[in-house]
Design a protein around this ligand. Structure first.
Ligand SMILES: C[S@@+](CC[C@H](N)C(=O)[O-])C[C@H]1O[C@@H](n2cnc3c(N)ncnc32)[C@H](O)[C@@H]1O
Length: 446
């Protein structure tokens, strides 16, 4: 492809990502599936340019606002090239020549924009803090409340692309053996610092084509997710519920901790996701998982299974603010429900999940959010409503589940990209008072 054709394709894709009501990665994959004639190198360059513009969207938008130019995909691409990449303004203008597959010539407004942007760099001292670190207005107050003086550092760490992490499936192999095989096959990996089952991949090689992936011996899973699943403390023989199991990533990790002994029930409101997860369970050799579609947190199945389970995980639907490194478009386009819907839903999920927990059993609550309203504030609200539960602090939990000492001496685990080089994750574990007998507790819960 010529540079002009690559730029035009980038603009088309930026337009589509903004218009399609689904996550950018789904739009990007579909776009290339429909254009198999685009070679691998061009595809990688175009995808990289699209993601780069999404990661800089606030700053590019700020420049366009400064020069009162509408934020069209063409203008975003122009600003990205000149202010973002430091390319010569005339050379960029020259790509808009209306040639075969190249972008149409610039209009008057765009020509003016090119002149105005010439010589500027992406950051500018007049930019508000939140723009500089790419935080949208809807998340800024909550993120500031959570992070305090670490706001700018943490938000900046959410901008670059995340590494690929693998979880080695202990049902099939060991971390050492998997690591050896991957390295022998030219995929550079190193052990993750916190998860004993994690490998961090260098670069972005294709993992899904590797035999270890096809055999279910490795899964793609952020180190943070691996830690969440470990902290649940599911042991061989336990009865476990993964209430919001989705694609089953954490279900599988728990099944591995249980060595296929005992039972995990994976529930979700989306049956399609559970059906797809089943294939994944099979590939991983996890035989102790049952799936069950539920209608929601008030499903009668929950009432019928009061106090039956040793461990219950609520990996709650959330804003996903901790995953912005992987999904940069999520900052700007709210595809799912907002905080005002999610916070009460999370509280209801917690209260319902609590009903399933045996005396002495544990309820783990996790989000991939970094907002206090979805995290510590939820647990505090839960404890106020459910005095029969106590927090199991990280100092007690970590040595027995992950092993070693926790990264910080805090009651809950709050992983962040700046501190831990993981996605932003929150996990709290609470335990039902073991002294309450099943009958008493069942009555008090009705
Ligand atoms: C964060 S995702 C779960 C990711 C999954 N645990 C994993 O590790 O791959 C949250 C899930 O909650 C599900 N969900 C949303 N509302 C729910 C409800 N009321 N009851 C149960 N699941 C719900 C969503 O369908 C979604 O799959």
């Amino acid at each position: 492809m010529t540079p002009g054709a690559r730029l035009q394709t980038t603009i088309e894709l930026l337009d589509l990502v903004g218009a399609e009501p689904r996550p950018a990665d789904a739009t990007v994959s579909q776009f290339f599936r429909n254009r198999r004639f685009i070679g691998a190198k061009d595809r990688a360059d175009i995808a990289q340019a699209v993601y780069r513009a999404l990661r800089r969207r606030a700053r590019l938008g700020w420049w366009l606002g400064r020069y009162e130019h509408p934020a069209t995909a063409r203008a975003v691409a122009i600003a990205d090239q000149i202010a973002g990449e430091g390319r010569d303004a005339d050379a960029v203008a020259g790509l808009f020549n209306g040639g075969k597959f190249a972008p149409m010539p610039l209009d008057d407004g765009e020509r003016k924009l090119v002149r105005q942007l010439a010589g500027h760099t992406l950051d500018h001292p007049d930019m508000p803090d939140a723009v500089r670190v790419e935080v949208p207005a809807w998340a800024e107050p909550s993120l500031r409340a959570t992070l305090g003086s670490r706001f700018a550092v943490e938000a900046a760490a959410l901008i670059p692309a995340a590494s690929i992490d693998l979880r080695v499936n202990a049902l099939k192999t060991t971390r050492e053996a998997a690591s050896k095989q991957l390295i022998a096959d030219g995929i550079q990996v190193s052990p993750t610092p916190l998860s004993p089952f994690g490998l961090r991949v260098v670069g972005r090689p294709s993992i899904m084509a590797h035999p270890l992936y096809r055999d279910g011996a490795i899964e793609i899973q952020d180190e943070g997710s691996q830690l969440v699943a470990l902290l649940v403390g599911a042991q061989p023989g336990h009865q476990v519920v993964d209430l919001c199991a989705g694609a089953g990533g954490k279900t599988l990790a728990m099944a591995a901790s249980m060595e296929n002994k005992g039972r995990v029930i994976a529930t979700d409101v989306l049956d399609g996701r559970l059906q797809r997860a089943k294939l994944r369970f099979r590939r991983a050799g996890a035989h102790n998982i049952e799936t069950r579609a539920i209608t929601g947190e008030t499903d009668p199945w929950i009432k019928r299974h009061k106090q039956r389970f040793d461990r219950v995980l609520v990996d709650a639907p959330c804003t996903g603010t901790g995953t912005w490194r992987r999904n940069p478009d999520m900052r700007w386009r709210q595809l799912g429900p907002g905080l005002e819907t999610l916070v009460p839903l999370q509280a209801r999920l917690l209260d319902s999940a609590a009903r399933l927990v045996k005396p002495g059993g544990r309820l783990a609550y996790a989000t991939c959010s970094m907002l206090i309203d979805e995290n510590a504030a939820q647990i505090e609200g839960f404890l106020a409503r459910n005095p029969g539960f106590r927090v199991v602090p990280l100092s007690e939990l970590w040595p027995a589940t992950v092993g070693g000492t926790p990264p910080r001496n805090e009651p809950y685990l709050s992983l962040t990209p700046a501190q831990d080089d993981t996605d932003g994750f929150f996990t709290a574990v609470v335990e039902r008072n073991p002294a309450v007998t099943v009958d008493e507790a069942a009555t008090s819960d009705d």
